[in-house]
Design a protein around this ligand. Sequence first.
Ligand code: ARG
Length: 601
Amino acid sequence: MLRIAHTLVSQLRGAMERAFPDAAAQAREAGRPLDPQLAPASKPEFGDFQANGALPLAKPLKQAPRQIASAIVEQLQADPSFTALCLEPVIAGPGFINLTLRPERLTAEVAERLGDPRLGVPSVQGSAPVVVDFSSPNIAKEMHVGHLRSTIIGDSLARVLEFRGHPVLRLNHVGDWGTQFGMLITHLKQVAPEALDTADAVDLGDLVAFYREAKKRFDDDDAFQATSREEVVKLQGGDPVSLKAWGLLCDQSRREFQKIYDRLDIRLTERGESFYNPYLEGVVAALEASGLLVVDDGARCVFLEGVSGKDGKPLPVIVQKSDGGFNYATTDLAAIRYRFGAAPDGDAARRVIYVTDAGQANHFAGVFQVARRAGWIPEGARLEHVPFGLVQGDNGKKLKTRAGDTVRLRDLLDEAVERAEADLRRRLQEEERSEDEAFIQHVATTVGLAAVKYADLSQNRITNYQFSFDRMLALQGNTAPYLLYAVVRIAGIARKGGDLEGSASVAAEPLSYSEPQEWALVRELLRFDAVIVEVEEELLPNRLCSYLFELSQVFNRFYDQVPVLKAEGATLRSRLALCRLTADTLNLGLGLLGIATLERM
Ligand code: ARG
């Protein structure tokens, strides 16, 4: 109902200006035109919207707010475009104006959305690119549950932004550079040289083990450490043998990551840390030129404003170590310049979003501050860290396997699908249904992956989240299976002969509703556009989840209490229209969360 809300705001503002021309002129001069303060009604019995703009006028006008409200209402009622939209406003409490839309306007909105693929969500035109930096695992290490969260949340944000019409760059900022390659290559040269010149000689599991051994040797053995450093220098200097080895290691990891992305239906463009190597010197030079750079104990750094360590001294962002090496932060600074930079040597983005665990909040706050002070963030552009909490086990501790190891993503997804399959087989047996294997595999895979994604997305991402297969696979509650089941129920109506598609085509006859459950569903359906725009703004996918959950609940109440297929004529058609729009909204909404739906389950 965004469009209606916009119309109401301008009608209300017009009424306020006519009622209080002097105050309006003053407000305009001060650059703050009168604000009707329109918000959704706090309770359904108050109507659809409430306008609170009379209250702040009480002081300047030296009048009681209720009196002000009634002057505004008088003007509203004299405006025919307003009376065509709303019933007579009601003044409540200290001076709120409660607004209720005319039923025929609500049904007209429903009719407009039938068959509209955007379901009333406006699309932005000509937006500059938006970068979503997400997933971003590290080469030669396993992708862990933290990367899974980043992948799922980042993908859903990218989908919402794309749906709104923004050109989105989905960037995988993989950790593919740095000292770890020096030690890994040195170690492999000694223990598994074939890994360095033959593709697929070792698999990722082995590589992870080699990496662990290499790290241990690096920490314990000075000679090994020295050789490793020489190896990094060679690699950074472009030595062909080292580069080839590095390339093979990256390919190996990349293939493993891709398997996970394929399974989860995630699209990403890899642009790893190494991409920014040619721009690192430029970062240091530019910081030097702008006078921000300080040499401290041989290291080049920028001291942060307003961020100090335990000793009370400002903390630095180190951009070049005393040995000449660059840091994670340097690469991120180069990436910011590139992403906001003009094409062809930049992305010309105006919004850059980073999806990582909350543990990196200080890193990003520091890097963003340096970029801002260096003048690298264009006027009006947005640079946002989207942090999320830890994934914990049932016991509230960090998620681990029984043996105490970090959980591999592959295993976690496998288990979700296996459990979904077991649940399904049990249900089939109870219901004495028989289905073929292809059906069972398809449903189990869809439900298992949906459950993992939805459990993650439906939490407020800032808080830690407890991973529980039992909870995420439950048919009741705010879970993927509950939502998928609502879609299946509606598909069932069509199978029983309900002409859902046809509900849109008989446009001649207006829709009509009489039951409170119908009106509740109408109003819930019409909230969709505002929810999408809110997620685009606040980057909180859990808002979309809560909405879809509420919609399913309101739909189930309607479907349990109001006969659909037994109704006739215009009533049947109007109810089928609600079923169809609910299914379309759930399909689109779940699609924006990266979740596929089913016709039967
Ligand atoms: N590779 C990093 C990690 O695993 C995440 C990178 C996030 N993106 C960025 N531009 N720093 O923690």
